[in-house]
Design a protein around this ligand. Structure first.
Ligand code: SF4
Length: 491
């Protein structure tokens, strides 16, 4: 465990996130200095002193970061004019320098630990700043690499061009969560329950979902629906009749004339049938995902995907045959035992299929996943995501005629990299941009989904549904009440 002491309760979350970014496999604890008496000095990793109080006009804050084991010290007096954001940036820069010198490591995203790094270049672009000004600002303030600054600006610029085409501020998007999967993948941290165990409750689940749908149809009729995304879990774990019922319910209830994108995340190849593809096509679904994660058979077995490489190919070709012209594929880098050669081979197989978009993820190890236990048994060294594999995958995507169009990060990602969505021209996922850049209100239905309202001033409020499908079914009226409150609908 890495113990960090602070002299007063301030910026604990930022400190914790940055130390964790350098030491993803360690437990990190940030506590007040006076609470550290039960630890021996040798336990201390970092000591952070905030001295003075910026609220008092004639005091200047002294900030001091000490690496306890090496004795490395960084100290600075902060100008009174520094506001909270500037103060936090200075603290993170000092902390970064100490950690970087201690580990001999540089992080590609510098001090940025949040999940939406493109928000910064996007805001600056909206303010009319030039690419070179933004790049300088990102490198100086957040210590990010040249390459990541350029990537962030490229993506933010593209997103803005795409968003110009729609009046997203007045509209909303609809998310429907189907929380069932054929089996649970080793790395999964989503709301997902094995369909085999829930078969007898799926009808009840759909009935509860119907109540939420009816509520939205009635109460949002004045708003423009811009995009519809059915995710999960794996929506195609619904059988043919259930899938048809859901799509028919949605398309007959909402005005789809305004919908610019209708996506179903088919996801797992072992849940896709020709009949389901035909049903989706019939009801106007335009964009689907067929997600291999890797095209290496042995890895698919280790991560518990429950399907083969051949099944991925079959599902993909069946989708093309059914007429889908916008197929996304998700891949993960850093999977157990995978090397750069494995990633090259996967990209070669993907190139043969020629999907329309690719989402390239860096493996994120979530405490709630079975992967966490797996690492304890097999060791962390088996998970390797490197600059090299990121470059192999990125280059292959660009060679397929794709460009990066959205980006986000997660906590505890292998190599501290990012997830990037690449697409061919006009084959991007609009919903992905809207949700990741937090540009639009999302009405989210189903177990584990999170609705959010984005206000004019950028403020965001959320309301979540319970994760457990049984509770969701039982508490559906309460889920609707939460939405009424969030969207200020009279109760
Ligand atoms: S398909 Fe996705 S949601 Fe389902 S178990 Fe695997 S990772 Fe989780």
């Amino acid at each position: 465990m890495l113990l960090v002491t602070i002299s007063r309760n301030q910026y604990e979350y930022d400190i914790h996130s940055l130390v964790k970014a350098f030491y993803p496999e360690e437990e990190v604890k940030v506590i007040l200095k006076e609470e550290s008496s039960c630890f021996v000095y040798g336990d201390l990793f970092l000591d952070i002193i905030f001295e003075g109080d910026l609220q008092e006009p004639d005091q200047r804050d002294l900030l001091c970061v000490t690496a306890c084991q090496s004795g490395l010290i960084r100290e600075i007096r902060i100008e009174q004019e520094a506001d909270r954001t500037e103060y936090r940036n200075i603290l993170k820069q000092m902390l970064y320098q100490v950690l970087s010198e201690t580990t001999g490591q540089a992080l590609p995203w510098g001090t940025l630990t949040g999940i939406r790094p493109t928000k910064i270049p996007m805001t600056l672009l909206e303010e009319g700043r030039s690419h070179s000004e933004i790049s300088e600002h990102m490198k100086k303030t957040y210590l990010i690499s040249d390459e990541k600054a350029a990537l962030g600006i490229e993506i933010a610029d593209r997103e803005l061009q795409i968003l110009k085409k729609i009046n997203y501020k007045n509209g909303y998007s609809l998310y429907i969560g189907i929380p069932f999967c054929p089996t649970t993948c080793l790395y999964c941290s989503f709301t997902s329950y094995p369909i085999g165990l829930w078969k007898t409750r799926v009808e009840d689940y759909l009935q509860a979902l119907e109540k939420e749908i009816d509520f939205v149809v009635y109460n949002m009729k004045e708003r423009i629906l811009d995009s519809v995304y059915i995710g999960g879990g794996t929506p195609t774990t619904l059988n043919e009749e259930q899938l048809e019922w859901l799509l028919s319910k949605l398309t007959s209830s909402f005005d789809f004339a305004t919908v610019k994108e209708f996506t179903v995340e088919a996801g797992r190849a072992d849940s896709i049938s020709k009949e389901k593809l035909e049903i989706m096509k019939h009801y106007g679904v335009e964009r689907i995902s067929v997600n291999p994660q890797t095209m290496k058979e042995e890895t698919l077995r280790i991560i518990g995907r429950g399907h083969s490489v051949e099944q991925v190919r079959e599902a993909f070709y069946d989708a093309r045959e059914a007429g889908f012209e916008n197929i996304n594929m998700d891949l993960i880098l850093g999977l157990p035992g995978e090397t750069a050669e494995d990633v090259s081979r996967t990209m070669e197989e993907i190139r043969k299929l020629s999907p329309d978009s690719l989402t390239i993820h860096s493996l994120a190890v979530k405490r709630a996943s079975k992967l966490h236990e797996w690492i304890e048994k097999n060791g962390l060294w088996t998970l390797k995501n490197t600059n090299e594999t990121m470059e192999i995958a990125g280059k292959a995507a660009r060679d397929m005629g794709m460009v990066p169009y959205y980006l986000y990060r997660q906590k505890n990602m292998a190599g501290n990299f990012e997830n990037i969505g690449y697409s061919k021209p006009d084959k991007y996922g609009l919903y992905n941009i809207l949700i990741m850049e937090e540009k639009q209100s999302i009405m989210a239905l189903g177990a584990g989904s999170i609705s959010k309202v984005v206000y004019e001033d950028g403020r965001i409020e959320r309301a979540d549904n319970v994760k457990d499908p049984k509770l969701y079914i039982e508490q559906i009226e309460e889920m609707i009440k939460r939405k009424k409150k969030l969207f200020c609908i009279e109760i």
